[in-house]
Design a protein around this ligand. Sequence first.
Ligand code: G1P
Length: 287
Amino acid sequence: MKPIRKAVFPVAGLGTRFLPATKAIPKEMLPIVDRPLIQYAVDEAREAGIEQMIFVTGRGKSAIEDHFDIAFELEKTMAERGKSLEVLEPTRLGPGNCAYVRQQEPLGLGHAIWCARDIVGDEPFAIFLPDEFMVGSPGCMKQMVEAYNRLGGNVISVLEVPHEAVSSYGVIAPGQSEGDTTEVLGLVEKPRVEDAPSNLIISGRYILQPEVMRTLESQEKGAGGEIQLTDAMARMIGTQPFHAVTFAGKRYDCGSKAGYVQANLAIALEREDMGEEIRAFALDLLK
Ligand code: G1P
């Protein structure tokens, strides 16, 4: 079984839900306390043993490239002032550890992934949707890689949502379950509530075989008039093993404002350097 060495981060989206905050900065750079969302996703990938990060970007996203680069002036000044550079350590992605490719038109998630086909090449790879902020130990992707090492094929993360919420997501038709893994028998993107095969939704983490790129190539538009990753995956079911992993941790939907605020509060409360202060403040505020 080939190891998962590469991860694709589709980060070309416009982030209109967070305007005006995202007028001049990418939504993936919005911080949870003091780390941008995209940094958490990259850290989760590293923890899972992934070495190369492939960012599918667009116009106006250069802050992401700057973030993972060496900030020469900043580092020199900090060093001269005797300040520790440790905080910047996770932001350094060397030339062998990152690649950037542009999605020139907003044709959908499937199309964004397809834009990375040459860099991914002929090996299985991971996908992270950074809006979906997954918190746990082990991280979501590490848990998925463990499942992949047992089962091979394709592995996606799923979670349960209230039935009436399924229409915003990709939904699986579940088969047999064993521990944290469930066989995937079908996939449908943004179904009507009455047509949804379950309330288990795809939660933004994938391990896919390279054949998905070929499937995407010939693909027609799906839900919302976009080229959907879910449709390409659905076409692979039956030709390759396909499993879902239920993540044993917390998930925050940072594509929504409420989810983003919740994530900030939850992480702040967990932090050693400020947890107590924030807890006292929150209790006082709610009195
Ligand atoms: C995308 C995927 C969907 C998945 C969701 C998770 O949808 O197409 O299958 O459930 O992310 O956030 P989007 O949020 O881009 O509409």
